[in-house]
Design a protein around this ligand. Sequence first.
Ligand code: AVI
Length: 318
Amino acid sequence: MCQPKLPPPSDLVAGLTSSPPTLPCRFLYDAKGSQLYSQITDLPEYTPYRAELGLLKEHGTKLATLIPPHALVVELGCGDATKTSHLIHSLLASREPGAVRFVGIDVSAEALRQTDRTLRERCPDLPAAGIQLVEADYLTGLRAVRSANPDATLCLLWLGSSIGNFGEGEASEFLAGLVAAAGGDTRVILGADGWKDRGVLHAAYCDAAGVTERFIVNGVQHALRLLRHPDARAADLWDYEVVVNERRSQVEMWVSPKRRVSDIVPGVSLEAGEKLLVEISRKFTPLSIAALADQAGLVVQESWRTPGYSLQLLLPAV
Ligand code: AVI
């Protein structure tokens, strides 16, 4: 049976009609996209995941001392929680198990189930009552956590350099919005990938096995599927290109169709070779992180780094 077309989501229309056309990055994370992203984190060319894991293992004890005694640790986009389990271990080693409380917020129910499994397996001392899972986008989830825990101090974990997927300006605005939703004395543990050699950055997003290309093309196909577009399943339709944009301190992931893709949303088509910006991944320096924090009303209290990655504790500026 032919299914009726649905009205296109407004963020998708806004992206496709902007110049250059863009795709909102939420389309990257359907079930297949989440699986592909998990494969990306294991690729030899992609270092942020392993770098952050190393920092959490190495500095977990110190980090735990900087998280207030009864704080609620709230992870945004908790994924499979493997990295988080190292921080929870450090917290359990430094305080009573009953004083460790973790909330995972994720839009994916499957990711939350995996978070639950990981924490139960890897942190058996964490009481079941200490784990809360919220299926929501970050802001909605945080508002719900805040209203259910009006007196708690929240410590947000925003790992994986996900902040890099926001444009300049958007990132600080979004961070400020998170802190406003979480409440005045909130602190943030933020992971941020650093600028590197152009070839290294290019390879990280154009890996030899083609996993990142499949991840990006899947995001486009996911949007087309939602729109019930006839090209949603067209094989080998998209060319993939990675641009290392030094001026903007970002890596850009573009696709272009090999032939015209008509009426993606009413009146908006892509011509053969016309480029669609699917994702940006901004890279940071200590200075750019300090500026971002400042714009969001925060200060960098402490940071831990490898040559290519950093974790920082951000506190509200007084
Ligand atoms: C989630 N995010 C920080 C990843 C990144 O590096 O920008 C997403 C990603 N896209 C392609 N590879 C990884």
